[in-house]
Every structure is written in C-alpha cells, then in structure tokens.
Design a protein around this ligand. Sequence first.
Ligand SMILES: [Ca+2]
Ligand SMILES: [Ca+2]
Ligand SMILES: [Ca+2]
Length: 431
Amino acid sequence: MRSLGVAVVMSIAWSVAVVNGATFTVTSTADSGVGTLRQAIIDANDNPGEDRIEFAIPEGECSAAGVCTIDLLTAPEAIDEAVVVDGTTQPRYGTAPANVCATASAPSYMRVEILGDPEGFFSLYTFLIVSEDPSTIRGLALSRKYPIALYSSGAHRVECTHLGVSADGSSKVSTSTGISIGQSGQGAIVGVDGDGVDDLAERNVIAASTGVYINGNWNNVVAGNYVGLGADGVTSLGSALGVYIRQGSRDNLIGTNEDNVSDDLERNVIANTSTGINIDSVAGSGDGNLVVGNWLGVDANGVMAPNNTAIRLSNGGIDHEIRDNQIRWSTVGIQIDGDSAMGALSTGNCVEDNVDGVIHDGTGAATFENNWWGSADGPSGDGPGSGDTVAVTGTGSLDFDPWLTSVPSHCEIFSDGFESGDTDAWSGAIP
Ligand SMILES: [Ca+2]
Ligand SMILES: [Ca+2]
Ligand SMILES: [Ca+2]
C-alpha cells in the first residue's frame, strides 16, 4: 500500500479510516509475510480503531489432530490499538473436537498453537499489549518464554486460552510466565468475567514456572482458571508458582466476587504447584488483595491434588482477604512471613487435611477467625483442638478464635465422599 501513488493512498486511507472492525485473517503458519500472525498484528495496528484477527489456516499446514502450529522466530510488534485475537475462528480439521472453549461436557481444545522464542526476554513477548483500548486474546495455545504481557491499563481480557499447556490440554509446554501484568497493567480480567454469559467457556488452562504474574498493579481479576491442571481439570501438569502478586500490587481479586452470579465458575482451581498463590510485597507495600472462593489442593472433581504451599504471604502487605477458599491437602495451607498479615475478613475458609494448616513465621498481626479446621474443636498445634495445625513460629500473632464449629455449606461436598479417591468423570461444571 505504501508504494501506491499519493492520490490512491489518500483514497485508501479514507476508506480504511471509516472501516470499523476490520478483520485480518491469519492464513499461514509462517513466521512472517502475507497471511501471517505477525502481518495481521501490523495491519490491525495500522488500521484505526478496534479490529479482529481471525484464523483460517489451511488444513495442509495443520496436524492430523487439527492443530495448526505457528512457531515465531522473534516477537511480533506490540499491540498498540484495541484488537480481538480470536483463535476460535480457526476451522475444525482432523480429529479436533467440535468445541474450542470448554463446555459443560468437553474440555477446551485449541486449534491454533503459537510457540514463541524460547529464550527471549521483555522484547519478545508473543502478545505485548501497550494500548489502553481494551484488547482480547482468546482461543489459542501459547507457550515458550513469555506468551502474554498486559502493559497498559484497560479492560484487557485473556480467556479460553492455554498458557504453557498443549493445544489438546493434556501436557505442559515449557513456559516462563504465562501472563505478565506489569507496567501500568490495571483492570484486566484473566479468565471468567462472571457476567453470566459464556462464563464456563472463558476458563484458561495454565501451567508455567509462573502462571499469572501481577507486578506492581491493582484491580485485576484472575478468575475461573485451571492452574497446574490439564484442560480436563484432572491431569496433573504442575507449576512452580500459580499466581504471583508482587511489588506493591493491591486490590487484585483472585477468585469469585461473591455476587451470586457465576460465582462457582469464577473459582480458580489451583493444584500440583509449589506455591499456589503468593502475595509478596517485596519492594512495595501491597495491601488488600482478595483471594476468595478458590479451590486449592484439589482438582476440578474435588479429588486430592496437593500444592506444596497453597497460599503464601511474604515480605509485607496487610489486610489481604483470604475468604471462603478450600485449602486442602497441602504441605502448608497458608504460610505467612515478614510483616504480612491477613485482615479481619479472612473468614469461611476450609483448612483441612494439610500437613500444616497455617504457619506464621512473620512479625505481623494476622486475623483468621471463623474458619473451619476440619474439626468442631478447632485447630491443633497452637490451638486446642484436633483439626489442622496452627503454628506461630515468629514474633507475630494469629487470631484464629473463634472458629467455625460446623462444616460450612461450601465444604460439605468434600465431606461426603467427594474427595480423595473420588473418580467422577469430567462433568465440566461442578457445583
Ligand atoms: Ca486497529
Ligand atoms: Ca462471561
Ligand atoms: Ca460472581
């Protein structure tokens, strides 16, 4: 286009300017050139306004299982305008299931897989979003070094995506950080938005050294994802860190908003990790992060799938709300270090079957009242009962009295056989 005469360029520029929502289609798995993802991002950036990037890669470039693999040699351009990159538009070939995103009867299965540079650093994110105009990444299997970075404020969405997980959802593909929310990355939703529309289909499946990394930011939501699990919600893939909230990050929500709309679909199921959720305020005081209604240490069927440490609060930050979560089967349910502390609303958790329920090795005053410890007589260890242990090993304090003396309703399903040894098949949307 740039080689055309001036009059023609002006004419085209005018016609482009009034095309709202242009669609650029990826028709090649090549790294660069006509029909590639790289070119589509360039074109969408150049075309004013929000555009779509869709996929129609020919069958001959895809596997017998219907998966088309784009192997990038270097990073594409940063996305500097609103765009919806929608891998669900790729036609179905071979033995690919009918669905891409999860349904009530089938796990998610991506038809487009994008491998990035395995050794790249910040300049080599596959999708680096630097515009405040809301963009969406969906329907793709992304892996290698750094698949997605949200580096601008704005209601960006990452949904129905496999991060560090193969297209078929069954295996792990080496990935450093699945989603990095840094710079001014605020207001993003990773996973389910909980609006009651297509929420089940918005789940991401994540397994990486760090699954979701929120660095110095706030008001982001991480909801409804499987972390450390395959797309079936059962297969153990593992992760080092599931969700890592760091460096002054505050007021992020990990889990459900408890507004009675899609709350069950908003829970993250985090299993088989070294640390499920780490809120680490090193180099900045990040307060008031919310961890609500998640399942930690079980798979999506409620079967034992331990984390090493389910939740860790380290290096400061206070008034984090740890509320209504399942915290099960871990070596340590909650580990508290430094002057970190939970706040008064940290209630309603079910802390059961962990080797250690809570270890408080820090200096802060943490409140953890009205939680269920697996026994009516309360926690053991520093507590008087026979439930999971509490141990204050530092100079801080932990107020765990009163505790719940009967099983809260959201824990009952785990107390009537719906736990270790349960072999329920995939059902997609467990209550
Ligand atoms: Ca555009
Ligand atoms: Ca929705
Ligand atoms: Ca909700």
